[in-house]
Design a protein around this ligand. Structure first.
Ligand code: F6P
Length: 365
């Protein structure tokens, strides 16, 4: 009797980021070449599993994609089989049984899910229902639990640092304070890393609510010492002490959606009110998520992809591929639950302060 080859399903879920295609390529290559498995690409995140939108992924399909941003599988932020809303906006409730039935009908022996905390949470719940699931961390926010970093973070950080370098020279030429708003949702890793690496003067992160007096006073003190330009990096989730994060309403397909945005403008107004310098805001937006991945993210994607394909070929149950102290490990998928936060008293924050950076508030101790 001819035995069927192990068939691995592959999903990218949540927002895109550079390095997803490099990870897809690594999974497909190593699954085929090293493990002798087939790979089925599930399109548009979990939506593809619910609506059976799939395509075979062979070596031809992944040719030439290593440096391409986005995901060849198409992605969606919201598709959740445990609470499914279809394209027409119909709330179909829990359709996880349908998703599992489809996985079975497609002959999937295991599912590799590349995602951030939301996607990995859904993956874990599907895994609990019996489907062998392997999670791979990606997000430019750098906040996936249980891993030191994730696919996309290094690229986004590089984009931010490049932007800060460019803003610094024009800030100097015009004696301006440049406020740079970066992504990161409710964690400050992207802001802190890019601010430190970009040589910023002040960095505001969600984990440390800022004090307006400290924020503006720091820039004013510098100005009095003759420093007439400055760079202030503001995480999109940053907020003043006692205040709420800034949000903006977006009109999306006929519906209003509230998303983080505007924190840079709020901080800029605080500075402009108190300091005799022109203050301008640049919001880096989705530039941080597009384009070609760095060499580091390609390597990370390759390491994660190869490790995940091996686990999937063994039909490992609910595992999570992570990098810890530069080593590839796999741990229970439950360890990826939740979002990592910057420790306000931890090494990163203390190091920033030791470099003379202001984090917009006095240290707690
Ligand atoms: O999680 C990645 C991220 O880029 C966040 O930093 C940001 O808040 C969010 O996604 C933006 O999502 P969208 O592109 O759906 O507005």
């Amino acid at each position: 009797v001819a035995t069927r080859r192990t068939r691995i399903g592959l999903i990218t879920g949540g927002g895109d980021c550079p390095g997803l295609n490099a990870a897809i390529r690594a999974v497909v290559k190593s699954a085929r070449i090293d493990r002798g498995c087939e790979v089925v690409g599930i399109e548009f995140g979990f939506k593809g599993l619910v609506e059976r939108r799939v395509r075979p992924l062979g070596l031809d399909e992944i040719h030439g994609i290593i440096g391409r941003g986005g995901t060849i599988l198409g992605t969606t932020n919201r598709a959740d089989p445990f609470h499914y809303v279809d394209d027409a906006g119909n709330d179909r409730g829990d359709v996880s049984a349908e998703a599992l039935k489809n996985a079975e009908a497609l002959g999937l022996d295991a599912l590799i899910v590349i995602g951030g905390d939301g996607t990995l949470g859904i993956a874990g719940r599907l895994g609990d229902l019996g489907l062998p699931v392997i999670g791979v961390p990606k997000t430019i926010d750098g906040d996936v639990m249980g891993t030191d970093t994730s696919i996309g973070f290094d690229t986004a950080r590089s984009v931010c640092v490049d932007a800060i370098d460019r803003l610094d020279t024009t800030a100097e030429a015009h004696e301006r304070v440049m406020v740079v708003e970066v992504m990161g949702r409710d964690s400050g890793f992207l802001a802190l890393h890019s601010g430190i690496a970009g040589g910023a003067d002040e960095i505001l992160i969600p984990e440390i609510p800022y004090d307006g007096g400290t924020l503006a006073g720091f820039i004013d003190d510098r100005r009095r010492r003759g420093r007439t330009h400055a760079i202030v990096v503001v995480a999109e989730g940053a907020r003043p002490v006692g205040g709420a994060p800034s949000v903006e309403e977006h009109h999306i397909r006929g519906r209003g959606e509230v998303k983080l945005g505007g924190a840079g403008k709020v901080a800029a107004d605080v500075i402009a009110d108190a300091v005799d310098l022109e203050v301008r805001v640049t919001n880096l937006g989705h530039l941080q998520r597009g384009g070609t991945p760095t060499a580091y993210d390609r390597m990370l994607a390759a390491r994660f992809g190869v490790h995940a394909a091996r686990l999937a070929s063994q039909r490992a149950q609910n595992r999570f591929v992570a990098i810890r102290h530069d080593a590839m490990v796999d741990v229970p998928l439950a360890e990826a639950a939740g979002r990592r936060k910057v420790d306000p008293d931890g090494e990163l924050a203390r190091m920033a302060r030791a470099l003379g950076l202001s984090l917009g508030a006095a240290p707690r101790r």
